[in-house]
Write a protein that binds this ligand. Structure first.
Ligand SMILES: Cc1cc2nc3c(=O)[nH]c(=O)nc-3n(C[C@H](O)[C@H](O)[C@H](O)COP(=O)(O)OP(=O)(O)OC[C@H]3O[C@@H](n4cnc5c(N)ncnc54)[C@H](O)[C@@H]3O)c2cc1C
Length: 322
């Protein structure tokens, strides 16, 4: 392995947290394998790219084109492919988030190379060994890719982003993009203003059918606010139309690994566990002491969420001064 490329996603004043996690994970690999590490981003600004220096990235390429006004998975992947052709890269790493899920398979297909998605562990001992969950998180497998060029996506919130100051050099890259590359274009984004996305959040408070109706979801939101957490939901809640699909955690929703996952009135069906069982700490609140969620929970409260949530929120708000 000679060169590792990480795909970085700009947001506000810096990069997405998952991008810093990619840098840290890739840096560890580059040190073990003596491969050079560089990053690329599309239409980022200097501040955003400079923020990568705090995580030890020294070389980053900003891909720019006037047709990139709107996000297009086809045009972005064409541009990244052109960058790979020009710079070379044996290993290309994305976050397993909505952008990574679209771009990584396109890059792998175009390069006819092996791709492993949703990785939760990476090691290098003469060759790259990848760990990923299977059977809805019930087991893990170790995988290796036999093609010379390899593509990975890393599950957000699993690899810890560690700071290590470096001085960064930023280069530009102008791909050859035409209207024909804009096969799919995002026309508008419906933003959950001020709301944290479950994929990026350190703490998630999720509600299940036990919350009884959308009019009671303020109990979940209040606890989330007190903890500075994102709001999540089980599929039962989303199917009932109480919450948007963007908040759904599980097999057909998002896979999350926050530091703390608070499951409120969620039974713990296997399909829900598939999306949150790798959370670092799980607190379950359920009135049924035999609910399966308690099997994966680190802490459990057997009780009625309508009594527990207001008291917990008050205590936490009081002690955190929120
Ligand atoms: C192919 C497929 C994919 C799926 N994908 C997903 C997915 O991505 N995510 C997902 O979540 N599910 C998914 N499901 C659905 C899953 O099987 C469950 O039906 C769903 O997770 C149940 O949601 P729930 O726990 O909120 O509801 P329930 O199973 O109805 O559980 C409600 C819980 O609330 C507790 N409760 C009730 N009242 C109170 C109270 N006052 N105080 C405290 N506790 C209370 C009950 O004891 C119970 O444990 C999928 C299913 C299939 C077949």
């Amino acid at each position: 392995m000679k060169k590792i490329l990480v795909y970085l996603e700009p947001q506000k004043d810096g990069l997405k947290r998952s991008s810093y996690e990619l840098i840290t994970a890739a840096k560890a690999l580059s040190e073990k394998s003596q491969a050079a590490l560089f990053g690329c981003a599309v239409e980022a600004n200097e501040n955003q790219l400079n923020s990568a220096a705090a995580y030890g990235l020294t070389d980053v390429i900003n891909i720019k084109h006037n047709l990139f006004e709107k996000y297009s998975s086809t045009a972005y992947s064409s541009a990244i492919n052109q960058l790979i052709d020009s710079e070379g890269a044996d290993l290309i790493i994305f976050a397993a988030n909505s952008a990574g899920i679209e771009l990584a398979p396109r890059i792998a297909a175009r390069n006819a190379c092996g791709y492993v998605s949703d990785c939760v562990g990476l090691d290098y001992d003469g060759e790259l060994i990848i760990r990923k969950p299977v059977y809805a998180g019930k087991a893990h497998i170790k995988v290796k890719i036999n093609t010379a060029r390899k593509v990975l996506s890393l599950r957000p919130n699993v690899f810890t982003a560690s700071k290590s100051e470096a001085s960064i050099s930023i280069r530009g890259f102008s791909p050859n993009i035409t209207e024909a590359d804009l096969k799919v274009v995002t026309t508008s984004q419906i933003k959950n203003e001020g709301k944290l996305d479950v994929l990026e959040a350190e703490i998630i408070v999720s509600g299940g059918r036990g919350i009884k109706g959308p009019e009671n979801y303020n109990l979940i939101e209040n606890l989330a606010k007190a903890l500075g957490a994102a709001v999540g939901a089980s599929r039962a809640v989303v199917d009932a139309g109480w919450r948007p699909h963007a908040e759904q955690v599980g097999q057909t929703g998002k896979t999350v690994s926050p530091s703390l996952y608070v499951a409120c009135g969620i039974s713990g069906a296997i399909q829900h566990l598939a999306g949150m069982a790798s959370s670092k700490t799980i607190l379950a609140i359920n009135k049924d002491k035999d609910a399966p969620i308690f099997k994966v929970a680190d802490y459990g409260i057997v009780g009625d969420i309508f009594e527990v949530l207001p008291r917990l929120t008050e205590k936490i708000s009081h002690s955190l001064n929120r």
